[in-house]
Structure formats: C-alpha cells, structure tokens
Design a protein around this ligand. Structure first.
Ligand code: ZN
Length: 436
C-alpha cells in the first residue's frame, strides 16, 4: 500500500474509534469539514450562498449535509450526491437508567437499537456515550458526553447452566441483555449510580439533567489485522466507513459546475423515517433551498433535480468463507476486490442499469475495481437509504458499499483496500462530468 493510502486507512480507523455514536460522528465530521474551509449554516438562519462556496448543515446533532457550490449552471448540471448513515446497531439506555436485583447487583436497563448481533455484546468491556439535555442558568442546552472507560459488562451464563448454548445460542432481548454496572451500595437510589458517573465526567448532577440519549459501545479500539494488516476489525464500520470515504472525497474534490453533496443521515438502522433520517423532508428541503438561494426559479429547481444523480453508500455482504452457500451462485463479492453494486428486483436497493452505469464509469475513471451483489432468491436480505432517497427526490440512485463480514456485530470486519477504492471512486464521481 502506498503511503497516502496507508494514511487514509489510519485516519479512517481513528474516525471510527473517535465516533462512538451518531452525535460524535457528526461532531467529528464538522471538525474535518471546517478544517477544509466549509462553513456551517444553521437551518434557522437566512442563507447567502456564494459561487465556489463550501457549506454544511447539521440536523439534530446526528445528521449532516455538506455541499459545494459550483460555478454556475446548476439547473443544467444538477447535484452530484453521495449519501451514507451515521447510526449503528447498539444498546440504548432506557429512562430510569438502573435496576437493582434482590441479590444486590446493579444493572443498566437497555433497549436494542437496530438489528444488532446480540451475542457479540457479551463478555467485553462496554463504555458509554451520547448526549444530555441539561438545564444551565435556566436555559436548556445540549452536551455530548463520552465516558471512555470500561464500566459495563454483560457476562455470559456459564456453559454448565446451558450446555446446548453452542447448538441453540438464542438470547432474550429483555432479560439477557442487561449490562452489569456495580454492586449495590447502602442508601444509593437505583438511578443515582448512572447520574453519579455522569456527574464525575462533566459535573452535571441529576437535578440538572433534563433527559438523555445514551448508548453503550465497545471499549476496545478498532485495529488492523491479517498477515499483512490488510483487514480492519472495528466497531461501526457500517456505516461510518462510508461516511468517512464520502467526507474525504468531498473535502478533496475540485469544485465542478453543479453542486457536490454529501449527506450523512441518522436512523437508517431503524427505518430512516425520522426528521434526521433519509426517509424525511430534510434532504429535499436542503436541495430546494440551495437552488432558491442561488436564484433558480421553480423551473430551474425541477431541472436541477432531473439532472442530478446519487450514490447511496452503505456496506455490502462479502462471501463468508465459513458460510459460502449464503450467497447467490454467480454474484459473490469478496473482501479486497472493490466496492459492490447492490441490485434487487424487489427494489430493496435502488440500483437501475442507468445508475449502475454511471457508477461503473466513475470506477473506470478512478482506475479501481468493482463487484456486483444480488441476494439469493430464498434470502430477502436487508435494505438501506437508497430506496427512500430516490423515492423522495426522484433522483436516480445506485446502492453500493464496501464488502464486509460480520455486519451488525459489535465488531465488523472489512478490507483496507475496499475503503481506499471507495474513496477514490467517490472522488472521481464528484469531479466527473455528467455522464448520462
Ligand atoms: Zn448500514
């Protein structure tokens, strides 16, 4: 691997490690964008966009839309869009926080966010991050919090009490998933254990905290692995690796004639239908607002939309060596061989021949390989932001992603090369002419 590519892979790993929640992913993205001359716009302010300008908007602290303004001709050139998502499956702390068993164990009460592989959350140290809404001097404020300490653990039941666990390893989402926190102390109320921890970290006590959105994450950091360190083993590769590739491409891309857009939505793992999700009015509002602010008429706006293209970047399923029959016989992506174009006759992916073609053209311009994926007919598979995004905007969309193993495990597994390729094709896509 070249030095430049090595640096990109190291920065990606750092981004994954530094972003335990969607809030932190957005906060770190904003820092990166500002370093590259992007200016933050507030939805509540009046905008005044300039040619060659670079901007971004944050929604709910957990979604972000960044864009560059081209040199005229937006109606004819349209938007060149890449979308990804900031959220990952995890455990979310319920209101009330704690629970004390009759035996004196203090546990957290959690719910499951998204389609997590539950057994991967056992027997490993867990830390805590998210956001608080606090009352300071009579005003409500938001505070991001990260307690990067190994404080929680969900210990497995010993094999002697369920000897068939290796044959039937099912877990109950309510009763089996409560992380152990500490042992009961005299005179301490059940919710106070968590608030004490928060107070230690940011000096905000129980009475100041109005509400919270707190998530557990794996305390151990992501690493490179494999004989030649060619793999990445880390949390939240889905989908922060695509967020990072999109951000990197946008910050590097030369400004074009139209607008280059990178959107990182929240809540993909729970269906995207939220104000900060892909299946909402958010994205179209922003595109409309950009057009109007640059002086386009309604007619110009509709033209710009019709002249736009989009890439929905989420991850793809590589063939697993131990379960290779889970894939279709002919479309079998593997690690290290490039981004995967995802097809689905039932439109769980938005890819069409047209949208696949402009993606393949961009791969050729970038000089990087690509692969194709279709589910087996007897496995329905998942979906992503592509169908919602193309349905709402009517913009042609291709669903693609770097291939991975262990998708939705607490620790996912991908290849360094695929992340490098994906970033390169994104750059070629942003900088290319309208191809169709
Ligand atoms: Zn995803």
């Amino acid at each position: 691997m070249e030095k430049r590519e090595q640096k990109f892979a190291e920065d990606l790993l750092q981004y994954l490690n530094d972003s335990p929640t969607a809030f932190h992913a957005v906060e770190n993205a904003a820092v990166m964008l500002k370093e590259h001359g992007f200016q933050e716009l507030k939805e509540t302010d009046s905008w005044s966009l300039q040619e060659d300008g670079r901007y971004f908007v944050i929604k709910n602290s957990s979604a972000l839309i960044a864009f560059t303004v081209g040199r005229g001709g937006l109606a004819k050139e349209g938007f060149r869009i890449i979308g990804a998502h900031t959220d990952s499956p995890c455990l979310k702390i319920k209101p009330g926080a704690g629970s004390i068993t009759p035996d004196g164990y203090v546990r957290l009460n959690v719910e499951i966010y998204g389609g997590a592989i539950l057994n991967t959350w056992f027997d490993r140290p867990l830390a805590l991050a998210g956001r608080l809404v606090v009352k300071e001097d009579g005003a409500l404020r938001e505070k991001l919090i990260r307690i990067d300490k190994p404080v929680f653990m969900i210990p497995n039941l010993c094999i002697h009490f369920h000897r068939d666990v290796n044959e039937k390893g099912a877990y109950n989402k309510q009763t089996d998933m409560m992380p152990l926190f500490c042992m009961k102390e005299e005179g301490v109320e059940k919710e106070d254990y968590l608030f004490e921890l928060l107070q230690e970290e940011i000096g905000t006590g129980k009475t100041d905290i109005v509400d919270y959105e707190l998530f557990l994450y794996e305390y151990q950091k992501g690493i490179f692995t494999g004989k030649n360190q060619e793999f990445i083993s880390a949390s939240r590769i889905d989908d922060l690796s695509m967020v990072y590739a999109g951000l990197s491409a946008l910050t590097e891309a030369k400004t074009g004639k139209g607008c280059q857009v990178f959107a990182a939505f929240d809540n993909e793992e729970v269906g995207s239908t939220t104000a900060q999700g892909a299946n909402s009015g958010l994205f179209l509002h922003i595109l409309n607002r950009i057009c109007k602010n640059l002086g386009l008429t309604d007619e110009g706006y509709f033209q710009a939309i019709a002249n736009s293209t989009s890439i929905s970047a989420d991850l793809a399923h590589a063939v697993h060596p131990n379960y290779s029959d889970k894939h279709d016989t002919e479309t079998r992506p593997v690690l290290g061989k490039g981004a995967v174009i995802k097809y689905s006759a039932s439109q769980r992916y938005a890819t069409t021949a047209h949208s696949a073609a402009y993606f393949m053209e961009a791969c050729k311009r970038a000089g990087v390989p690509f692969q194709k994926f279709v589910n087996r007919n007897d496995i329905p598979g998942g979906s992503t932001i592509g169908p919602a995004l193309s349905g709402l905007t009517t913009i042609p969309t291709v669903d693609i992603g770097a291939p991975v193993l262990a998708m939705h495990s607490i620790r996912e597994f991908g290849a360094v090369a695929d992340n490098v390729y994906t970033k390169q094709v994104f750059l070629a896509y942003y900088e290319g002419d309208r191809s169709m």
